[in-house]
Design a binder for this molecule. Structure first.
Ligand SMILES: CC(C)(COP(=O)(O)OP(=O)(O)OC[C@H]1O[C@@H](n2cnc3c(N)ncnc32)[C@H](O)[C@@H]1OP(=O)(O)O)[C@@H](O)C(=O)NCCC(=O)NCCS
Length: 176
């Protein structure tokens, strides 16, 4: 299995990962997020990664930058979305995509990474609700227990709630 940077040419393959991985109704919204993030001209950059097996795309993950109110010194990202084709799940492809992305972010000096997802899965990688507690999401969460973060570099912990801001692709209340 190889991991590489996703490009615009991967759009159809990325849709073919998300369509069967998520339930109908949800998959279209999440696939659109993955595609929109490919053309997100954020600074620092949005990172979109592909997992390939035998030349075919079997997994995708994206990390986009997050602004924290009144805290320009703390570089933050959010992991979203992530999917592995059903036939390729439980082969550590999801884990490899997360670990590869986290290593890149760590090398860039990123301090905090957020995620909104199943704590039973993301807890394996050190994401936890405590680390995310004082960061207020742009929209009310449908599943507040899914809001988690991980501190990968020293950054002054927020003692009072602060708002976070995401890239345009994530500014859709249906994603939260
Ligand atoms: C979640 C997902 C990306 C994991 O990818 P994967 O390649 O199968 O994951 P890995 O092989 O690295 O890890 C699999 C392990 O996590 C477990 N796992 C997978 N999804 C889980 C979940 N939602 N909750 C708890 N454990 C989960 C598996 O049982 C397996 O456990 P094991 O290592 O003890 O066998 C993949 O299952 C998927 O695409 N699911 C549908 C889309 C989705 O839910 N995306 C995440 C949105 S938050």
């Amino acid at each position: 299995m190889d991991i590489r940077i996703a490009t615009d040419q991967d759009r159809d393959d990325i849709i073919r990962v998300y369509s069967p991985a998520f339930p109908e109704g949800e998959s279209e919204i999440v696939a659109r997020l993955a595609i929109n993030l490919l053309s997100e001209n954020s600074m620092p950059p949005t990172i979109s990664l592909i997992a390939e097996t035998d030349g075919s795309v079997v997994g995708h993950i994206a990390f986009s930058p997050v602004g924290i109110d009144n805290n320009e010194n703390c570089q933050a990202y959010i992991l979203a979305p992530l999917a592995v084709k059903p036939d390729y799940q439980t082969r550590r492809i999801g884990s490899a995509l997360i670990e590869y992305g986290m290593q890149r972010l760590s090398a860039m000096g990123v301090s905090v990474v957020f995620v909104y997802g199943d704590p039973k899965y993301y807890g394996r990688f050190g994401f936890n609700a405590d680390a995310a507690r004082n960061y207020t999401t742009p929209y009310n969460l449908q599943y507040p227990f899914g809001w988690q973060a991980i501190a990968i570099h020293e950054c002054a912990a927020e003692k009072a709630p602060v708002a976070i801001h995401c890239v345009t692709s994530l500014c859709d209340p249906r994603l939260w």
